[in-house]
Design a protein around this ligand. Structure first.
Ligand SMILES: Nc1nc2c(c(=O)[nH]1)N[C@H]1C(S)=C(S)[C@@H](COP(=O)(O)OP(=O)(O)OC[C@H]3O[C@@H](n4cnc5c(=O)[nH]c(N)nc54)[C@H](O)[C@@H]3O)O[C@H]1N2
Ligand SMILES: Nc1nc2c(c(=O)[nH]1)N[C@H]1C(S)=C(S)[C@@H](COP(=O)(O)OP(=O)(O)OC[C@H]3O[C@@H](n4cnc5c(=O)[nH]c(N)nc54)[C@H](O)[C@@H]3O)O[C@H]1N2
Ligand code: SF4
Ligand SMILES: [Mo]
Length: 753
């Protein structure tokens, strides 16, 4: 057996030895990175279940994780890279050959059109592999192109934009466990395992906290699995989150329930905030969001006064999709800040790093900074680089718009524009216009079907895994990441199927860079906002010949508080003992958290001025389509698998409607309907759902086929991104278009146009 750096065998010994063995490892499908037990029989992954000996996850998994064997063994999985043939069909190509050809084509494109003509879009599944997205970024940097995109600006871009306007707290956020209250806006962590509730079994964490006495407040137009546990569920019209949060802040300030001491010593802009929220009286908010005024007042009092320590507020994708996401995220930070909800000197540091460098948590602000309007300018819609990254919703136009600076080559790393981007018709035009489209994927996903090359990669359990990335999430926003200094490392668990020719993401980018004669340097840095905690780590690939993935992970974790070797000693994962307390503020520190940012206050004034009555009375498009996530699928991943356990025989994304809305329209569950927005129309099949607010409907994203494929909706669903134009209603900073609270009409039947 080949030996690697750190004397680790190529695969865990059991995998090579035949027979059946069950070993601990990490599910890397989503950001939770649950500790799991994988059973391997004769070199094949046969079962995944929770690991009761994992100290953090304690046996927890979700259906997606338990379906890892189906993914790894799927007949529709790519075992060889694919090259598009002149007739549009695909033929297998050796990955080395593909790298030769791709590097030659990239070189020619750069020579003719300049570095900016090459872009990378790294997606959700790119995050399963530490090193992949970073190496893609290193390749782009070596080429000299700034055109690096992620899903973040079509996810929750308001988080970083709000944090830049508000400033960061250098002790991080408050722990969920033990809090008295918590406010969740536009998110459903029980299903999404995203932020808000700790993702080591969120349903259980929430249940425990509520049983202990936490009072949860949820703002969501749907009575979600999370809202079921709420002491107060505000079920408003969608799109009114800034109105409601401004209303809550107004009540709290008006009744003098805020933390005067904290505001006096750590906060700037309080008067501006108080003045701007003043018109958002309970009656105004109630009439506009269509909620009881008394409920708003009760929620404000509960949040501000219940218990000794109180709790924080977290915002999810629903609010970010419904426009004014930057403002909603900002107001949620302001709400926590005026109530003094940040760790203080002497508190225990609850997210100290384990595989990331140690840092000093301080009870002080790292003041605001300008989080937009800098760096690379896009050629469309006056968009620029920003704290959330380059505006992804505008990339299709950067490909379509001819002239200097046009993007002509795109590499998709574990991402799927055709399933995930808004404005699917425009996206398809853009994908078809590219001179070179490369998809680095594990299946012939929707975008791969338009690609020149599809690079087939190993799946997670065929690569080593580790949890460092999860720790870094706390720098991205509040309310996310491991709630304790936990880490896990896993060796490779299985070898890929025999006869396959697969590569790992980072090896592909490194291989292409080498062939282009470029010196790749992977740069890694972490910190709250503008504040770097440690000198950036640079991994110079020219100095790293014969590097293995295991060796690369050693380098990535080089400056960690704990060494990878320490973590490896605990194959079931480990919660380290880190007894650190938050330090007092630096003497003379003048930094303040800003709750009165001019741009945000101006946006709140715009919200106030908006004629919401016209929207409420829209007879042509009387329903509001909102977002929602499938418990069994992570975005589009695994969607090409024929009839998996996960789809439970239902291969489409139904349209969920309140039963009384169904009756009003004369529809029966299971009936086919047309969902039309002002922009486009898609077919669907209705399902009764009492959790919906009346006149609000929802469906899952990332279903459906290419744009001419609507008629097959029963076997593949339909794509909600079709209903959203990317250039009509969009955020001027992140470019995110309106992806929830979409005005739609619903009518019986479907006929392809
Ligand atoms: N209408 C609407 N649009 C949305 C959303 C919504 O809720 N509604 N959500 C938005 C959000 S929050 C996001 S994050 C984006 C998601 O945007 P993307 O990240 O672009 O989309 P995904 O579907 O997650 O793409 C994952 C791709 O990786 C592939 N893949 C799976 N496993 C692996 C692997 O192990 N290795 C590699 N290399 N590839 C793999 C999958 O086949 C798939 O093609 O979509 C956004 N778009
Ligand atoms: N099972 C599963 N888990 C996932 C994913 C998945 O596809 N499946 N995707 C992953 C990804 S990429 C992400 S970004 C996270 C997202 O994680 P979350 O942000 O928690 O996303 P959702 O679960 O869709 O919850 C969004 C909620 O917002 C509500 N909503 C919609 N519009 C509005 C509005 O205008 N105002 C308010 N107040 N609420 C609104 C919806 O009813 C819904 O309950 O989940 C991740 N986890
Ligand atoms: S929540 Fe599910 S998909 Fe996410 S890491 Fe855990 S088992 Fe995997
Ligand atoms: Mo996302």
């Amino acid at each position: 057996m080949e030996q690697l750096a750190g004397s680790e065998p190529r695969v865990a010994a059991h995998a090579a030895s035949g027979g059946t063995q069950t070993v601990p490892t990490i599910c890397r499908l989503c950001q939770a990175h649950c500790g799991i037990l994988a059973t391997v029989s004769d070199g094949r992954l046969t079962e995944v279940k929770g690991d009761p000996d994992n100290p953090l996850f304690k046996g927890y998994t979700c259906p997606k994780g338990r379906a890892l064997p189906e993914l790894h063994n799927s007949a529709s999985r790519l075992l060889h890279s694919q090259k598009r043939q002149p007739d549009g069909t695909y033929a297998s190509i050796r990955v080395k050959r593909a790298m030769d050809e791709i590097s030659a084509r990239l070189q020619a494109i750069v020579a003719q059109h300049g570095p900016r003509s090459v872009a990378v879009y790294t997606g959700t599944s790119g995050q399963s592999y530490p090193g992949g997205a970073n190496m893609a970024a290193a390749l782009l940097q070596a080429i000299g192109s700034p055109m690096f995109f992620t899903p973040n600006p079509i996810d929750s871009p308001g988080k970083q934009i709000a944090a830049s306007a508000h400033g960061n707290w250098l002790a991080g956020d408050l722990p969920f466990a033990g809090a008295d209250t918590w406010l969740l806006v536009g998110m459903n962590p029980v299903i999404s395992k995203a932020n808000g509730v700790p993702f080591n079994n969120p349903a259980q964490r929430l249940k425990e906290e509520v049983a202990r006495g936490m009072k949860l407040i949820v703002i969501d137009p749907r009575k979600t699995e999370t809202a079921n546990r709420a002491a107060i569920h505000i079920q408003p019209r969608p799109g009114e989150d800034p109105t409601i949060l401004a209303g809550l802040i107004n009540v709290i300030i008006g009744a003098g329930l805020y933390d005067r001491q904290f505001v006096a010593s750590e906060v700037a802009g309080f008067e501006a905030l108080a003045a701007t929220v003043a018109p958002f009286t309970p009656d105004y908010v109630a009439g506009r969001a269509e909620i009881p005024a008394a409920q708003l007042v009760e929620a404000a009092h509960l949040f501000a006064t219940y218990g000794e320590r109180g709790g924080m507020a977290n915002v999810g994708t629903g609010s970010n999709f419904s426009q004014h996401g930057n403002l909603t995220e900002y107001l949620a930070l302001c709400l926590a800040t005026i109530c003094g909800r940040w760790p203080r000197a002497g508190d225990k540091v609850h997210r100290p790093n384990a595989l990331l460098p140690a840092y000093t948590a301080k009870a002080q602000a790292s003041g605001p900074f300008q989080g937009w309007g800098y760096g690379t300018r896009l050629r469309v819609r006056d968009l620029t680089d920003a704290a959330c990254g380059l505006p992804t919703a505008a990339l299709a136009d950067e490909i379509l718009l001819e002239g200097e600076g046009q993007v002509r080559a795109l590499i998709c790393n574990g991402s799927n524009p055709m399933a995930a981007w808004p404005d699917q018709r425009r996206t398809q035009k853009a994908m078809e216009k590219l001179e070179l489209l490369v998809c680095v994927d594990v299946e012939m996903a929707l975008t791969a079907r338009l690609a020149d090359y599809v690079i087939a990669t190993r799946m997670t359990l065929e690569t080593p895994g580790m949890t460092q990335r999860v720790e870094a999430l706390k720098y991205y926003t509040v309310g996310i990441g491991y709630p304790v200094p936990y880490a896990q490392y896993s060796p490779r668990i299985v070898e890929p199927p025999t006869g396959s020719d697969l590569i790992e993401e980072w090896e592909f980018y490194n291989g292409v860079g080498k062939r282009m004669g470029l010196a790749l340097k992977m740069g890694l840095k972490y910190g709250f906002g503008k504040f770097d905690e440690a000198p950036p780590l640079v991994i110079d690939m020219e100095q790293s010949d014969n590097l293995t993935t295991e060796g690369l992970y050693e380098k990535i974790c080089e400056n960690g508080r704990f060494k990878l070797d320490d973590v490896r000693k605990h194959p079931h994962g480990h919660i380290f003992e880190v007894e650190e307390t938050v330090q007092a503020k630096d003497p003379g520190c003048e930094e303040r958290l800003d709750v009165g940012n001019r741009h945000m206050m101006a946006e709140l004034e715009q919200v106030l001025a908006f004629d919401f009555t016209a929207e409420q009375a829209d007879r042509d498009y009387p329903y509001r389509l909102i977002s929602r996530r499938s418990n069994n699928f992570l975005n589009s991943a695994g969607r090409t698998l024929p009839g998996t356990k996960l789809s439970r025989g239902k291969l489409y994304n139904p349209l969920f409607m309140h039963p009384e809305d169904l009756t009003e329209l004369g529809l029966e569950p299971g009936q086919t309907v047309t969902i039309a927005s002002r922009h486009d129309r898609i077919p669907s099949i209705v399902e009764a759902d009492e959790t919906m607010r009346r006149k609000v409907v929802s469906t899952y994203h990332c279903f459906g086929g290419l744009v001419d494929d609507d008629d097959r909706f029963v076997e593949q669903g339909s794509n909600v991104g079709r209903l959203t134009p990317s250039d009509v209603e969009y955020d001027p900073i992140s470019g995110i278009p309106r992806m929830s609270n979409i005005a739609v009409s619903i009518s019986a039947g479907w006929k392809q146009a």
